[in-house]
Design a protein around this ligand. Structure first.
Ligand code: GDP
Ligand code: MG
Length: 180
């Protein structure tokens, strides 16, 4: 019998952002609660599946990661197709990864097949010192582009669960995003 906790659909969530900012590490932390300091830039998966429960609803996520293609700016339109949510990541200790956010949003606008895709901006690696991007700058950028925002560390777990959950919650609350 179908009930409240039935798995309703699979949501497609994307990870994008410059190479080395910690996309694969955030995914590994979220799905397996581990961290690999030796994480290789070219190791990645097509996607990982994880089911989470939000407000009594079981929601299956297919979270897509790159396998280093982003270094060559060769993410294909199929990577973006049908996604309901995107997590755009920068490294708070790398100014350049923050400067490239506009480029990533442009690419997203070009290829995303939904105009109502929900966006979460994540400033990662807050466990490190020598920060180059302040929290306020992150907040301002997110506000300007109608994005959710959180600072995180894949290493210490800070903000990781929240980043995914808040994104999914927003998707669930947005009418029409459920239907494919
Ligand atoms: P990707 O290219 O965006 O997928 O980035 P990776 O997940 O491969 O991470 C790049 C490097 O940064 C790896 O050496 C990771 O171990 C490291 N890294 C990722 N997240 C964090 C973090 O939150 N804190 C620290 N200190 N290092 C991190
Ligand atoms: Mg990666």
């Amino acid at each position: 019998m179908a009930d409240q906790s039935e798995i309703l659909t699979t949501l497609k969530i994307l990870l994008i952002g410059e190479s080395g900012v910690g996309k694969s590490s955030l995914l590994l932390r979220f799905t397996e609660d581990t961290f690999d300091p030796e994480q290789s830039a070219t190791i990645g998966v097509d996607f990982k599946v994880k089911t989470i429960t939000i407000q009594g609803n079981s929601t299956k996520l297919a979270i897509w990661d790159t396998a280093g293609q982003e270094r060559f700016r060769t993410l294909t339109p199929s990577y973006y197709r049908g996604a309901q949510g995107v997590i755009l990541v920068y490294d708070v200790c790398k100014r350049n990864s923050f400067a490239k956010l506009d480029m990533w949003l442009n690419e997203l606008d070009t290829y995303a097949t939904r105009t109502d895709i929900i966006k979460m901006l994540v400033g990662n690696k807050i466990d490190k010192d020598k920060r180059e991007v302040s929290r306020e700058e992150g907040i301002k950028f997110a506000r300007r582009h109608t994005m959710l925002f959180i600072e995180a560390s894949a290493k210490t777990r800070d903000g990781v669960q929240c980043a995914f959950e808040e994104l999914v919650q927003k998707i669930i609350q947005t009418p029409g995003l459920w239907e494919m």
